[in-house]
Design a protein around this ligand. Structure first.
Ligand SMILES: [Zn+2]
Length: 134
């Protein structure tokens, strides 16, 4: 019964897309310093409220086509930073076995096994050579 009502309610609406998830998280994060009170607390509380309202407006929006276009733009614009976060995750999880270098010419992340001493590293993308200590 409740499932049916919820289903009908969200039918034709945008739902929790990637942007809504992000703004919901930000709303929660901004709500934390708001607990300390004072003027700063009020400001954070205000930001959190705005983010919360925006999140729900997105979730309930019936203009799904436009919201999806916004998500595509959001992914396009954050491609660089999302790649950096993925690289960081790889570095952290493999830091014991590998040493990571960034090519000084093209800034590609390069992975080299640890414990090989001072070696010549050749960039797999641009062919630039540089030395590094593993
Ligand atoms: Zn390179």
């Amino acid at each position: 019964m409740i499932r049916r009502i919820l289903y009908n309610f969200f039918q034709g609406r945008n739902g929790f897309d990637s942007i809504a998830k992000l703004t919901l998280w930000l709303a929660v994060i901004f709500a934390l310093p708001a607990m300390f009170g004072g003027v700063t607390g009020l400001v954070f509380n205000g930001i959190s409220m705005v983010l919360m309202v925006y999140t729900w407006w997105r979730v309930l929006s019936r203009n799904v086509y436009k919201r999806q276009a916004e998500v595509r733009r959001y992914f396009d614009r954050t491609a660089g930073i999302r790649q950096k976060l993925r690289n960081l995750k790889t570095r952290v999880s493999q830091r014991r076995e590998y040493k990571f270098f960034t090519c000084p010419t093209c800034h590609t992340m390069l992975r080299v096994p640890r414990g090989k001493g001072k070696i010549q590293i050749t960039c797999r993308k641009c062919g630039n050579r540089f030395s590094g200590k593993t």
